[in-house]
Design a protein around this ligand. Sequence first.
Ligand code: CDP
Length: 218
Amino acid sequence: MNNLIVAIDGPAGSGKSTIAKLLAKKYDLTYIDTGAMYRMITLYLLENNIDINDLKEVERVLNTVNLDMQGDKFYLDNVDVSTKIREKRINDNVSKVASIKIVRSNLVDLQRKISNNKDVILDGRDVGTVIFPNAQVKIFLIASPEERARRRYNEFLEKKTEITYDEVLKSIKERDHIDSTRDESPFVKADDAIELDSTNLTIEDVINFISKEIEKAK
Ligand code: CDP
């Protein structure tokens, strides 16, 4: 039988990583957080003061840097950057980095490679459209920008980051705009993806809904 591929695409704060992690546990799937990879490359470029318009240099970074994921932990050249990649400065820059063609092709290759021969659940922006157009389950998870900002704001509060709700909302809207209007694999719903609006749903509701789709596909 073919390996099972579950694709969860959605904007910031739609709940995709929470949901993907829980479903990975429930169905014994390997969870792949594709956004974390864009975040790690962004962190490297920022920390090394690399101009993102210098494509030769960006390509050199992609060819030399080592990205590793183990469960909830992310390692950039063997250093644990799991906390750093969620910082505001990364949120503010990641969409620009993710719109660079060579960054996308390089990371999509890696995402396919680490999914090979496994039952996987991936979350991101282009899983059902580009990485795995043949995924057996495709969910397009959305929520209103205000609800998504509220969720992200609460996460920042827990981390004691100084930020206002309005700043979070503005940054989420900016990221939505860059991600959905970029030339390279823009963030759009795959024709055959099921759209699920989580604005007024609990995590359990979303899990139950997607579980039915996974059961059907198994
Ligand atoms: O959790 P949140 O949606 O805030 O972020 P993420 O999933 O970690 O993605 C961070 C950024 O990476 C997104 O805003 C996109 O610009 C980019 N991304 C992408 O272009 N394609 C993916 N498959 C995943 C993320």
